[in-house]
Write a protein that binds this ligand. Sequence first.
Ligand code: IMP
Length: 444
Amino acid sequence: MNKNVTAIVGCKWGDEGKGKIASMQSEDATLVIRGTGGANAGHSVVYNGRTLPLHLVPGGITYPQTTAIIGPGVVIDPEVLLAEIEMLKGHGVPDIESRLKISGRAHVVFPYHKDLDSLHEFLKENPVGTTKRGIGPCYADKANRVGIRMYDLLLPEEELRSKIVEATKLHIQAFENNNMSVRISPKELAREYSNYGKQLAQYITNIEPIISNAIDNNNKIVIEGAQAFRLDLDHGDYNMVTSSNCSTAGSLCGSAIPPSALKEVIGIDKAYNSRVGNGPFPTEQPSSLITEGNGMLVGDVIRELGHEYGTTTKRPRRCGWMDCVILRSAKYTMGVDYLCINHLDTLGKIGLKLGYIKVCTEYLYNGSIVRYFPDDINLTKEIPEPIYETLYGGWEIDSSCKCYDDLPELAKQFIQIVENTSGIPVKYLGTGPANDDLIIREDV
Ligand code: IMP
């Protein structure tokens, strides 16, 4: 088996800036694939100087030699997808018709999934803080074997209607029992979604021959991970997670790529950390989101300097210090070979503003020092307490800084702590918002 697959995965709770490395890696790729999640993800790609927001289509589509695949593990909102295709065409991205492929096995998100998402959140004592894009209920239907796949949108309208009737029997009861005035009309939905099917038919296909051909020819394949390690359904902070396996193994599965074709895993993180939605975040800093008044708290400083507001929901993100313990777990559970640490410039500014920077290297948990993320915090009701190393001061990174040796000494010290604690070499460093604000350490 040829091994020419590069997987790009998020190491924390998403929003680490996977798009920049995905873009760089796609420059000479033949296939770019999304394998997990749906329109809950939001990433931006720069094309002809314009920033294009994407939720479903792999960002690597902006390189004209690529074929972009939406894999069987993705859940697709056809309305969002069609708008995205139009947007890409409108910005002049060439040959979308021939270069975009959608696995017929990918499942379809319907409006009732979004209503169910809201209902579940409403009924929960501790809501997850989902994006309300219908992701969980769509994956639940898939697991219950009543999901509707992209291929089904190509069925005669009457057959699609029968599938919708089958899929929604329990959902209708759930809405009625909770006095929710959600009206599901299988007939109208079948008409609307058949229409989407007609518009998308040219893209819907069996992706296996495309992938096997690329592997046989040793073509480069890039998997663009969505969400991240701590949001993975099995390996994240259950139940404050998303509904797909968005770490490496799940991303391969959802992309229909055999694990034996993997060449490298690049884990993406930020020099500080952030999270949207609820759930444990050991290094989270106090902010006006969780504390009333008192002006700018540390979490606010990080959020404002990092512009940490959600791309999909615009929610302000919770912010805190770099957590290297999670990176150690990411090394083993996700098989991360190299790290890319983004926002190194922002961390320097945070240090200049506060006079210090912190990096979590271990946890105090249940009276012991641990160097892994505990998986029984729902049982102990204890959030691991971070143990920090502190660096005093900050730094500025200007445009002349193009290699590791040019970096300020304090920034290098920070990187060394990350490498020593996580056991993963830092090969890429994001030093600004532009695609080429990136230091690549060729010697790593
Ligand atoms: P869901 O994926 O919409 O069900 O949301 C579950 C959790 O995952 C929530 O905390 C979301 O905020 C989070 N989440 C889902 N997708 C992303 C993403 O792309 N970036 C960051 N957080 C995400």
